[in-house]
Design a protein around this ligand. Structure first.
Ligand SMILES: C[S@@+](CC[C@H](N)C(=O)[O-])C[C@H]1O[C@@H](n2cnc3c(N)ncnc32)[C@H](O)[C@@H]1O
Length: 289
């Protein structure tokens, strides 16, 4: 979307990816934005991880570990085991945090672990951003030891045009174009239960969490940090005008504003101990929040 008269020549832009796009770690606000993401997501993630039969000896992998909260939490609980915090860009991860923690630069679209390496693999808000996400899910299931667990959480973002707020529709249409340009799919979460079953996992569980804007609290802090960061980049690149960004932000000054932008969907499943075990398990519904 261009608002400056002549249509913009998008082919003139450098190819965008996670690393140089609207959530790049080069942006000065990205570390704090990831911390807010953790504060909003960790209670549910840890509640899900706690209900697994976690053992102190487990070998764990946190894929796309970001600012590290899940990897650090696992390292505290698996004191006799080993936790790998893997990320394509490890600059926000603290290697010195714990003896049993390994920080590894790792591109999940390209790099591999040996089959059967882990008792637990966790990935949150990662695979939506990886163009080869379906294949990566199958590979991650193979990296599990027999009896190991895969836990994957992703946002499902509703189509902007379904919002009753015109300013929000304009802003998020432009955001969705940016996600698409960098190969992110913010509706991929809908495929997760089926893909996990097809990858041979059983004992599937599903948890959902509504993400409502305008209800204050940590989710609004995360959303506002995201809108400001992403919005500034999009104004700079001519995707939206400063006035459009200001209209979006002004919605938060209206005490009646509330919009259900996304649902966060977490699915977990276990690699059978014996490959002859039936793939289908119980899908637990409805679920924890
Ligand atoms: C939205 S953040 C989520 C961070 C963390 N999982 C959380 O939920 O707090 C996505 C993370 O995935 C990483 N990432 C993106 N593409 C990746 C890839 N191909 N391989 C490994 N990590 C990747 C990013 O660097 C970033 O740290």
């Amino acid at each position: 979307m261009s608002h400056a008269g002549a249509p913009e020549d998008r082919s003139a832009r450098p190819t965008v990816s996670y690393g140089n796009g609207i959530v790049s770690k080069d942006l000065p606000t990205e570390r704090e934005r990831l911390r807010l993401l953790e504060q909003g997501s960790d209670p549910q993630t840890m509640a899900i991880l706690r209900q697994l039969p976690l053992k102190a000896s487990w070998r764990c992998l946190d894929l796309g570990a970001g600012a590290g909260s899940t990897a650090y939490w696992l390292a505290d609980r698996c004191r006799d085991g080993h936790v790998v915090a893997a990320d394509i860009d490890v600059r926000f991860l603290d290697r010195t945090r714990s003896d049993n923690l390994e920080v590894r630069e790792f591109d999940v679209g390209r790099d591999e672990f040996p089959a059967g390496s882990f008792d637990l693999i966790h990935a949150r808000s990662l695979l939506c951003h990886v163009p080869t996400r379906d294949t990566v899910l199958v590979k991650a299931a193979e990296w599990l030891a027999p009896g190991g667990w895969l836990v994957v959480g992703e946002p499902y973002m509703f189509a902007p045009e379904t919002s009753p707020y015109p300013a929000l529709r304009r802003f998020y249409r432009a955001v969705d174009e940016r996600w698409a340009a960098q190969g992110s799919d913010m509706r991929w979460a809908r495929r997760l239960p089926g893909l996990m079953a097809l990858a041979g996992l059983h004992q599937l569980g599903v948890a959902t969490r509504p993400n409502c804007m305008g209800l204050s609290g940590v989710h609004d802090s995360f959303v506002l940090a995201s809108i400001r960061q992403i919005g500034d980049v999009m104004v700079r690149d001519g995707d939206i005008t400063q006035a459009e960004l200001d209209e979006m932000l002004a919605l938060f000054d209206d005490t009646t504003f509330v919009d259900l932008r996304s649902v966060f969907i977490t699915v977990w499943g276990q690699r059978p101990l014996d490959r002859r075990e039936p793939v289908r398990g119980s899908v637990q519904l409805p679920i924890m929040t």
